[in-house]
Design a protein around this ligand. Sequence first.
Ligand SMILES: Cc1ncc(COP(=O)(O)O)c(C=O)c1O
Length: 406
Amino acid sequence: MSLPPPNVKTASRLDAIKPSITLAVTAKAARLKAQGVDVVSFGAGEPDFDTPEHIKAAARDALGTPAVARYTEVGGVAPLRAAIAAELGRVHATTISPDDVLVSCGAKHSLYNLFIALLDPGDEVIIPAPYWVSYPDMVMMAGGTPVIVPTSPEDDFTMRPEALRAHVTPRTRAVVLNTPSNPTGAVYSKAQVEALAEVVLERNLLVVSDDIYRSLVYGGATYASMAAVGPELAARTILVDGVSKTYAMTGWRIGYAAGPTPIIKAMAKVQGQSTSNPTHLAQLATLAALTGPHEPIEAMRTAFDERRQTIVELLRAIPGVACREPRGAFYAFPDLGAFVGRAAPDGKVMSDDVVLCDWLVDSARVAVVPGSGFGAAGHVRLSYACGMDSIKEGVRRLREALLTLR
Ligand SMILES: Cc1ncc(COP(=O)(O)O)c(C=O)c1O
């Protein structure tokens, strides 16, 4: 008797979920590199710097204690939650109890916990586009409906209050605010945040404030906090933050959230039945990051700023490329729309930005992420969190390749 084939059908819940395009581009570049191909990758959204020495030293010390081999409280050790509460309280001009802080395995995990904890089937979350690739898919995995609000380059890709208002329905639970933005590098001004806050109060929304890039601002731009607008806003805002980007700690996987008690409690319930505590050692390293010297952080920010200015200048010098000035995070987001529809010397047509990006990595050995993954077809994202030499060589390759398109 022959057995029926194993039933490996996966949950239909996942049918509409796309794999992360940034991770896919980064993985393709890494695969090519491993085969000995000399690829310049602008894919990865992570600093190329090493974690500062004092943070690694704290982790080495912690390794000498038996406690580090043990579980911690689900939401993180008390001293870390206290340090996070103090830091976020200072940044957002509010008072945060350590009990209203949940430490997770990266801000990505914090966001996932949040959407699972918050959303009933059909609940809507407003997401301005261009958006970080994971928001819509996370909302969908949680059973919610992402509602995408287009923005325009003329507004520096920031969402106008009237656009927010126009997308609110009785099912809207929350709006995502990501400033500085991945992928655009746009930074909302205080006046813009205040204008959005009016709509948030008027329509009684929650705000998911993804502040993972808040320390990486340049050229006089400053981070403006929704929670700091006033106590009514602080009571409606879930702060999502972490050490990945600011402290060059992507691999340590620590992020955190703070917000209204019932929501943080529900998120802790989700975490308690899924991952439990984030790695104990990484929590202790994070405590050292938050309480340690600031100079290494400022040195990285300054380096990012220099790279930012160089990459924007080089991109703008390519005929046909338009590039706004990103004022935060570590991404340039040029418009390559003028090259879509053109053909390569071998006749291959660049039918969209995904085909264009594939062609760039295959023929010019330069990896950039197609904007359609971020809800902005025709644009591409380049992470400048790589060395200056890579920036110069990578943009040279990009230029050379683009100029062969007819
Ligand atoms: C906008 C945004 N939010 C959240 C994250 C998650 O960062 P992590 O999980 O490393 O803390 C990222 C990482 O790329 C991001 O770009």
